[in-house]
Design a protein around this ligand. Structure first.
Ligand SMILES: Nc1ncnc2c1ncn2[C@@H]1O[C@H](COP(=O)(O)OP(=O)(O)OP(=O)(O)O)[C@@H](O)[C@H]1O
Ligand SMILES: [Mg+2]
Length: 253
């Protein structure tokens, strides 16, 4: 089982959007679990899963709730969700109170290793213990970067957190919400890619098609299969896959 963490310290940069669309792409070939780690529950909502975790996240982390029993299926084959609910607001405290507090996500995932080929972690923003846990569990850290001079700062911050992990995972940054009509965007795209080996030359355009996810409550490929943004997430998944080389599931859909 491979683990992809979609993460940035910065909020609202396209983490959840990427996590949901990547999960959908990956589920063509792999058994995929999307773990929504954010109390906002946006990924849970976008995949039309009920934001309910019996016993709360405390119980999940302590092992009282078996993770496999908390997982919910979606309408898509091979794509399941571990939903977030309000109890995730306390997740940092729950981890802090636990033994080996940076290894709790890994521990929960250990119990699911036979059931999934790929886990995508939709991380909340911020530099929390949740982030440390996600970085520790990750085989790759995918970082959406909005094209602004501040992006650089958020990329450096992620690098710092990953570097502190005992098992630093490779980082893959990509440009999210790009409006090529804006000079500042075009410049940011160019300089980020040229100056940072972690940032790939892949751009997700800023488009209403992506915004529509909130009303469609579905991955964009399902309602706009040929849109530029859809193709961008498809290519992004291929890049991630070439880094993590997750094994193919037996059952193709
Ligand atoms: N390429 C895009 N074009 C237009 N809107 C986008 C694009 N990507 C994301 N958005 C919109 O931007 C908002 C934030 O995106 P998203 O929720 O994916 O960010 P996030 O990083 O997960 O945020 P948070 O830090 O709150 O978890 C959403 O309303 C989403 O629909
Ligand atoms: Mg999010």
């Amino acid at each position: 089982m491979k683990v992809v963490a979609v993460y940035s310290i910065k909020g609202g940069v396209g983490k959840t959007t990427a996590a949901v669309n990547l999960a959908w792409e990956a589920a063509h070939d792999l058994r995929v679990l999307l773990w929504d780690l954010d109390p906002q529950g946006a990924a849970t909502y976008l995949l039309q899963v009920k934001p309910k975790l019996k016993g709360g996240v405390d119980s999940l982390v302590s092992g009282k709730t078996v993770a496999g029993a908390a997982v919910r299926s979606t309408t898509y084959e091979q794509l399941d969700v571990l939903p977030a609910d309000d109890s995730y607001r306390e997740l940092d405290l729950v981890f802090d109170a636990a033994k080996k507090s940076t290894q709790r996500i890994e521990k929960v995932l250990d119990t699911l290793a036979d059931d999934y080929d790929l886990v995508i972690l939709d991380c909340p923003p911020g530099a929390s213990l949740v982030a440390e846990n996600a970085m520790r569990a990750a085989d790759i850290v995918v970082v959406p970067l909005v094209p602004s001079p501040l992006s650089l700062r958020s990329l450096d911050q992620v690098k710092g957190i990953v570097a502190e992990s005992t098992r630093p995972a490779p980082i893959l940054g990509f440009l999210s919400m790009v409006d090529r009509r804006k000079t500042v965007h075009r410049e940011a795209v160019e300089s980020l890619h040229n100056d940072h080996k972690e940032v790939i030359e892949l751009v997700v355009p800023s488009t209403v098609i992506v915004e529509r996810m909130g009303t469609e409550r579905a991955p964009i490929a399902t309602y706009a299969p040929r849109a530029e943004a859809t193709l961008a997430y498809e290519r992004l998944w291929k890049r991630i896959q070439s880094v993590v080389k997750a094994k193919q599931a037996k059952h193709k859909r």
